[in-house]
Design a protein around this ligand. Structure first.
Ligand code: NAP
Length: 323
């Protein structure tokens, strides 16, 4: 089968952790860009990216990466994107598309948008795919296959630039949807941010128990706790930034969650089995819906044989601790 035409001439990746290195690997595998230039904040990461050979060129700074590039993707924590947009602005090529992969979109639009010059197309994006691993070694080319990538172009964005970036993500295997940035943040607050907050909380709570020992928690973790520990192992910098940047939507969802916890608490206290049963039956149907649309496997304990082996070829659809 012949490969589709190369979409971009020079792809610049700023930040080469899990997501940046997965984009590099996938873009190369699919021939999505004629050349890939990468840079990272630390010399260690730049050195490692060069050793891995996943980019055609590894450069020392952000300005050198974006010069002459027609697609620039920031793959760094959300809180760092505004300052980097300001730094690269004078070096961007006319007609280039600037994008990102941040897990929050409203703050990205507000922090990056004002710095970008006229004649440059700004198309924020969020590939809803990931694992709990970080760094350039953690990435793999198949990360985005059968996952969603949400584009959040600001009002008035150039449609050709949006369509071209959508084609890029499709080439990497993703399904693409376009959404208003604030709506994205509400959706992700409930599907991703709140679940991570709950996981961080419950793992912390278990760690502080006096009457149940840590070794008992680890030994009997298959009772449900283990799945929370995987999510709670996600990168602390990334998640700090997500909660700071998506404060309002997370607080809104957290308020609703607390109300529902109170209802279930009352049902348990009152021995109200009917309320508990009805609630659990409704949530079981949601799980079935996720399996039915191919976003997870019906196999028990899906993906666990790959724990600790982020490079192992994964069955499709992929196991993910996405964000
Ligand atoms: P990662 O593996 O920790 O990599 C982060 C990269 O950003 C590294 O190259 C790091 O450079 C660089 N970096 C960190 N702080 C920086 C700063 N202040 N200024 C400039 N560069 C900085 O993280 P990741 O998982 O790829 O996440 C990157 C972005 O993807 C985040 O915005 C996150 O919200 C989004 N995202 C993550 C997931 C997920 O599941 N992990 C999924 C979808 C979207 P050094 O290595 O040199 O320190």
């Amino acid at each position: 089968m012949s490969k589709p035409a190369t979409l971009y001439n020079r792809l610049a990746l700023i930040g080469v952790g899990l997501i940046g290195s997965s984009i590099a690997r996938a873009a190369r595998a699919q021939g999505a860009a004629r050349s890939i230039v990468a840079t990272a904040r630390s010399p260690q990461t730049r050195r490692r990216v060069a050793e891995l050979g996943i980019a055609d060129q590894v450069v020392e700074n952000n300005a050198a990466a974006v010069e002459g590039s027609d697609l620039v993707i920031l793959c760094i924590p959300v809180g760092a994107c505004g300052a980097v947009a300001k730094e690269i602005a004078p070096h961007l090529a006319k007609g280039a598309t600037v994008s990102d992969v941040g897990s929050v979109k409203g703050s990205i639009v507000r922090d990056m948008g004002p710095h970008l010059p006229k004649g440059v197309h700004f198309v924020p994006a969020h590939p809803v795919a990931g694992t709990e691993y970080s760094g350039p070694d953690a990435g793999f080319a198949e990360l985005f296959v059968n996952r969603w990538c949400i584009l959040a172009p600001p009002p008035g964005a150039d449609q050709n630039a949006v369509d071209k970036l959508a084609a890029f993500w499709r080439l990497l295997g993703a399904n693409v949807e376009t959404m208003d940035a604030d709506h994205h943040d509400l959706v992700l607050a409930i599907t991703s941010h709140l679940p991570h907050l709950i996981a961080y909380t419950i793992v912390g709570t278990a760690d502080e128990l006096q009457t149940v020992t840590r070794s008992e928690v680890l030994k009997f973790s298959a009772g449900g706790f283990r799945d929370f520990t995987r999510i709670a192992a996600s990168d602390p910098t990334m998640w700090r930034d997500v909660f700071l940047a998506n404060k309002d939507a997370v607080l809104e969802m957290l308020g609703r969650f607390n109300e529902d916890v109170s209802l279930l608490t009352k049902a348990i206290r009152n021995g109200d089995g009917k309320t508990l049963y009805e609630h659990f039956a409704r949530t079981r149907a949601i799980r079935k819906g996720i399996v039915d649309i191919g976003q997870d496997s019906p196999a028990p304990d899906f993906g666990r044989s790959h724990a600790g082996l982020p490079h192992a070829p994964l069955p499709k659809p992929y196991a993910s601790g996405d964000d």
